[in-house]
Design a protein around this ligand. Structure first.
Ligand SMILES: [Mn+2]
Length: 495
């Protein structure tokens, strides 16, 4: 049987052009994964999105930027988030806005010492009347911080991708794909700002630095590798690397098999976790690193981050041992990994939850107590468990809660661990989800197809795992090793 799919757009061919000449096995996998689509190839790798169809109020930001140009001395305070899609989002914002002759000053919050949100104390003395507060990857719940900026006479445009949790902040514009739904919701914080700013300044659309930063932020944030994100990653696959900064060049040099078939999990291992976040991490240095144009200092800095990441990895493996020994048996019965540990360093709870999710192939919630008594939780999910919705639906008992489908967090004051534990378990018992996903199978065949034939569908990651094939009752998962693609007998999802 021959399949023909029409309408492969020219813009795709400018990237890696995976949409062209897909072999029969790859086409069958796409048909299985997008059963309702009349054109699974386009569903898998769409043409250039119309960003305005999923991102509202870009015109408000355009007007604000025009207003700044008419206001002598006015500047943009670009407020980010101290994780990879936040920092790469800051990079995107600074590169474009400064490149357009505007004054832009970054603010990087610090999760080790600060609450989540837009904090007036970080803007005091910095944000003046007539300025613009622009956020990336943060702010969709920052009612007080935004009101503070508005009261000071600043314009405020929020760009975020996290689940909305009303009341919404009183900004001039709230640009969040959660307002419009799929496919825009796949975007990470950096992807949202890239889309918004390149819509206003199209000359930046093909910029290799920006596409590389967006790819790294997107992969690190565990958002679905579907739809608009695949378009962005395809553009990344086709960038001209001859004119990168030394910092960015180095990141692409350590990117596992960047010019071939790669998986998000290996990129997170080789790059994201080396940078880390929170305690003893490189997250506060990586913005300068990406702008750095001197090779030697970049290499020194990277080696230092590698040393730190080894120290963190040791600490993490100790924490992981304790977590595995103390996971809650009652929560287990509902398909939820629930762990409460004392003294988890800031930023490490999320990494620990990720590891637990990977090991047990189900959603994980890791809770610790801050010195001030507040209980803080980090959660990761796999399968169809929408972690942000799960936690936000408990917001009456939480001080704050937010995130997205696969990565979310909360804080809770005024209750002890036993009470919070009961609450999470009883809420889980009534929450509609299948927290323990079945290992996927794309094809059942009499003989294994060539691994290379299916590797053309890479990159693989959240919501687009490597293909799995069943042959004679055995499940084979595609693996992308340094030696090239091959098959491995496994029940793993490969995400
Ligand atoms: Mn973020």
């Amino acid at each position: 049987m021959t399949d023909t799919f029409s309408g492969i757009p020219g813009s795709v061919a400018e990237g890696k052009g995976h949409g062209r000449g897909l072999n029969e096995s790859a086409l069958r996998v796409l048909r299985k994964r997008f059963p309702d689509s009349s054109d699974p190839v386009l569903e898998w790798l769409p043409p250039r999105p119309d960003w305005t169809s999923g991102l509202n109020d870009i015109a408000v930001l355009e007007r604000e930027i025009a207003r700044l140009r008419r206001t002598p001395g006015a500047k943009i305070v670009l407020y980010g988030h101290d994780d990879m899609d936040g920092i790469t989002g800051l990079f995107v914002g600074l590169r474009i806005l400064r490149g357009e002759g505007l004054t832009a000053i970054p603010v990087i919050p610090n999760r080790a010492t600060e609450n989540y949100g837009i904090l007036p104390e970080r803007m005091e003395g910095l944000l003046a009347a007539g300025d613009l507060l622009l956020t990336v990857d943060s702010g969709c719940s920052a009612v007080e911080g935004v009101q503070w900026a508005v009261d000071r006479g600043a314009g405020v445009v929020i760009t975020d991708h996290h689940t909305l949790n009303p009341p919404l902040p009183p900004a001039d514009a709230l640009i969040d794909p959660q307002l419009s739904g799929f496919p825009a919701t796949v975007l990470a914080g950096c992807g949202v700002l890239y889309a918004v700013l390149t819509e206003i300044f199209p000359v930046w659309e093909d910029d290799a630095q920006l596409l590389a930063a967006v790819a790294l932020g997107t992969i690190s944030d565990r958002v679905p590798l579907l739809a608009w994100n695949r378009y962005l990653l395809d553009r990344f696959g086709g960038i001209d690397t001859s004119r990168l900064t030394e910092g960015m060049r180095h990141l692409l040099e350590v990117w596992p098999n960047r010019t071939g078939a790669w998986s998000a999990s290996t990129v997170r291992q080789q790059i994201t976790s080396v940078i880390g976040k929170g305690y003893n991490s490189g997250i506060h240095r990586i913005l300068d690193f990406m702008f750095c144009d001197r090779r030697e200092p970049c290499l020194d800095e990277w080696n230092e981050m590698l040393d730190w990441s080894e120290t963190r990895a040791q600490l993490l493996s100790e924490l992981l041992n304790r977590a595995m020994q103390s996971k809650d048996p009652q929560a287990d019965a509902f398909g939820m990994i629930l762990v409460h540990l004392d003294e988890i360093p800031p930023g490490m709870g999320g990494t620990l939850a990720s590891k637990l999710s990977r090991i047990y192939r189900r959603g994980s919630i890791v809770v610790t107590q801050r010195p001030d008594g507040t209980l803080v939780g980090e959660a990761r999910s796999v399968g169809d468990w929408d972690m942000a919705r799960f936690l936000v639906s408990l917001r009456k008992v939480f001080t704050s809660a937010g995130g997205h489908v696969r990565a979310a967090g909360f804080s809770a004051d005024g209750m002890g661990w036993p009470q919070l534990r009961d609450l999470l378990i009883s809420h889980m018992s009534g929450f509609p989800t299948s927290p323990v996903p079945e290992p996927h199978i794309d094809l059942e065949l009499p003989v294994l197809p060539s691994a290379a034939d299916l590797a053309v569908l890479a990159p693989f990651g959240p919501d687009f795992p490597p293909p799995a094939v069943k042959v004679n009752g055995m499940r084979y998962l595609l693996q992308l090793n340094s030696g090239g693609p091959n098959w491995c007998i496994s029940e793993d999802s490969g995400e």
